[in-house]
Design a protein around this ligand. Sequence first.
Ligand code: CTP
Ligand code: MG
Length: 245
Amino acid sequence: MKNLAIILAAGSGERFSGPVPKQFLKLGGRSLFEICLEKFQVHPDIDGIVLVCPDSHLPLVEDTVSAGHFSKAVKIIAGGTTRQESSFAGINAVPAGVKNVLIHDAARALVTPAVISRILAALAANMAVMAALPAGDTIVRVDEEAMVTAVLDRAKLSQVQTPQGFRLEIIRQAHALARADGLSNASDDCSLVLRYKLAPVVAVLGDPGNIKITYPQDLAIAEAILKNTVGRGGACPRPGTNSYK
Ligand code: CTP
Ligand code: MG
């Protein structure tokens, strides 16, 4: 097995504050979790999938996988208290012989095949890769008193997305070092590789439609994206901004 996806679906969605964790809410008749799973199931270069979900939702996820014929789902496991812990659990469940892992947030259910392909292509020559988008808005630093203390150079800023792809041994090492340091709250996986300087991290273009559903209003945006009315395919950086591929 060359390329394996780890889908992180073990969060509780506190900011969304819905009746169930947001990844199990339905959009167009299917749960976000299922929509996300299908993206990796149908991608020709993904060989297997590890699903990380809340302990309480293991039966539901197992039913979804068997009813939907998601043949690439090789393992379904319970996550941890933080995203980092869930990611660590997913990495530990990767079968022997896997070369690359793509770690992805189930909350970004609308990831496109092109973004997955860009990550995989970059992994041929790099050990750590993230999907990102050049910042569209100007970004400022604001202190505790709500005073704006700096206007940052937008041309040098990007917004991080998932998937993030790694050579398996690099991300294993990054998580082992973080745990040894008592760190459990990293918001993404590339940040751990950067923190311990284990490998250069390269950015490939994400997609404006690859939003993370965080707040209730994001669901309406996701619905519009799903209907192909906004987002998709418009990921080209504008002149004068970052020009990574
Ligand atoms: N995640 C996870 N395990 C956790 C926390 C998060 O697998 N303990 C997953 C979420 O399910 C999500 C992704 O990591 O797909 C990104 O996290 P986020 O958007 O922050 O989701 P939640 O942590 O569920 O939301 P919140 O922070 O609002 O509670
Ligand atoms: Mg969270």
